[in-house]
Ligand binder design. Structure first.
Ligand SMILES: Nc1ncnc2c1ncn2[C@@H]1O[C@H](COP(=O)(O)OP(=O)(O)OP(=O)(O)O)[C@@H](O)[C@H]1O
Length: 479
């Protein structure tokens, strides 16, 4: 589907100019001669983007922007400002514009910003759609993902959730194992009964035993009353045994017995207690290796490994990074006085390139901390934790706000240059140096792509063997 853009300008010449650039770029363009005219058209049909002039006689671009945001039209807005007017540029961003562009517009720059804004908007729409779908389909805890591997897991949850079978969840730390366990519980008929979780790795053997099975009065010093364990607490519901790969052999034997018979005794007691509990076990370890090494009982492994869910690490589903980042940004903004609403392209690039050894938890923490450090409504690369910080040369020098204000056009151009260069590096990498395919993907002509490669000193032959990763620029590799 071609994307629809509404151009708003009181000068016919400017409207025509924008149309001439945007239509060959693959967009459908409608033009309005005033803010009022624009709002009327938006009532009648949906647009993907509005590009508006700032200064217009009846209603200014800022007023139009404020109407668009008040009426909650799901549309990106780019404002055209006069060259060198940094105050206007800042005002428009503060008022909620997605971007601004100084006049006269450079066609390539305009197309680049339009695509970037549309991509960002699409991300927000995807997130909304995912949320609605998750709510409708599963109505369980919010697991944000659009990766095919995770979607297979969603299907699995839907199918095996209602069964009583034991489930083994494998995945690195922070990949969302507990979320999946909760989702399984929510998808079962046990959903109105308790979901109980216990991290088996943090307790020593005897504490773990009494936590799991409870104890009788006087079972050990300090046991003044009978206490039910997690198995009893989870009766009728689901028990998540987290880090199951860390439990000692004696405890493995006791667990096996409960799984076989559904019966156990409290510590210090002789009475048999019978419970109806669905077991979900999780671990970051490769349990087969533990079995092979003699550290984990083979029979217990088979008991647990009835249905198996393997959650991929975040670095193997990088397409989830922007969605998750926006999700955490939105959920963290509720507690802050000034909402941080956006992640600058360069910061998003750093997020996309990081390997995330702590997976989604690390990403959540990074976004929360970056939002706390952000100066305005945008997370910039320098707000990210140290492990993600970009090379110092990318940062705008001069921390003084007035200095930055003065240099905003230059800094913006610089930043756009960096982003554009990275964009073309990624394109080349994705299409292994094939200019025709890069052109098709970006919507630019082959000639424009070739010019960009020359501008940024990119050699397409360097990318012929690249496989999805951006090779370092020659000077960076030497550094
Ligand atoms: N797909 C996801 N969508 C939204 N939030 C997620 C997702 N995956 C993980 N999270 C969040 O990341 C954090 C870590 O998730 P969780 O505790 O489920 O991971 P885990 O694999 O059980 O970690 P560990 O092995 O360290 O116990 C939680 O705050 C969780 O809500």
């Amino acid at each position: 589907m071609r994307r629809r853009i509404l151009v708003v300008d009181d000068m016919e010449f400017n409207r025509d100019h924008l149309r001439k650039v945007l239509e060959p770029g693959g967009y459908d363009v409608e033009a309005a001669s005033s803010g009022v005219d624009a709002l009327r058209r938006m009532e009648e049909q949906a647009f993907h983007l509005v590009i508006t002039d700032l200064r217009m006689p009846d209603m200014s671009g800022l007023d139009l922007l404020s109407q668009v945001r008040t009426r909650r039209y799901p549309v990106g807005v780019i404002v055209l400002t006069a060259y060198g007017d940094t105050t206007d540029a800042l005002e428009t961003m503060k008022a909620g514009a997605d971007d601004f562009l100084t006049k006269p517009c450079n066609p390539d720059h305009l197309l680049f910003l339009v695509k970037r804004t549309m991509d960002r908007r699409r991300l927000i729409d995807d997130l909304e759609e995912l949320r609605t779908r998750l709510h409708e389909d599963y109505s369980f805890h919010t697991i944000i993902s659009k990766s095919p591997k995770m979607r297979n897991i969603f299907d699995l949850i839907k199918h095996v959730g209602p069964l009583n079978s034991t489930v083994l969840i494998l995945g690195e730390t922070g990949t969302g194992k507990e979320l999946v366990a909760r989702a399984l519980h929510a998808a079962s008929s046990r959903r109105d009964r308790p979901f109980v979780a216990l991290n088996c790795a943090v307790l020593n053997d005897s504490l773990l035993e009494s936590e799991l099975f409870g104890h009788e009065r006087g079972a050990f010093t300090g046991a003044e009353r009978r206490k039910a364990g997690r198995f009893e607490a989870a009766n009728g519901g689901t028990l998540l045994l987290d880090e199951i790969g860390d439990i000692a052999p004696a405890m493995q034997a006791k667990l096996l017995r409960v799984l076989q018979t559904g019966v156990f005794e409290r510590v210090g007691g002789t009475e048999s207690v019978k419970v109806d509990v669905r077991i979900v076990a999780a671990t970051h370890k490769r349990l087969e290796d533990e079995v092979a090494a003699g550290r984990f009982r083979r029979d217990l492994f088979y008991r647990l490994n009835v249905i198996r869910v393997e959650i991929p690490p975040l670095r193997e589903r990088r397409e989830d990074v922007p969605l998750l980042a926006m999700h955490f940004l939105e959920s963290s903004s509720g507690t802050r006085p000034t909402a941080v609403k956006e992640i600058a392209t360069e910061a998003m690039q750093a997020l996309l390139e990081h390997d995330w050894p702590g997976n989604v938890r690390e990403l959540r923490n990074a976004i929360n901390s970056a939002a706390a450090f952000a100066d305005g409504s945008v997370i910039r690369p320098e707000n990210l934790p140290g492990s993600l910080a970009p090379r110092p040369s990318r940062r705008p020098s001069g921390s003084n706000l007035i200095d930055i204000d003065r240099r905003l056009p230059e800094l913006t151009e610089d930043l756009v240059g960096q982003v554009e260069k990275e964009y073309f590096q990624r394109l080349l990498s994705e299409y292994r140096g094939n200019v025709a395919r890069c052109a098709r993907h970006s919507g630019l002509s082959r000639r424009s792509v070739t010019q960009k490669l020359q501008k940024y000193g990119l050699e397409r032959t360097d990318f012929k063997r690249a496989n999805g990763r951006v090779p370092s620029a020659p000077h960076e590799a030497e550094a």
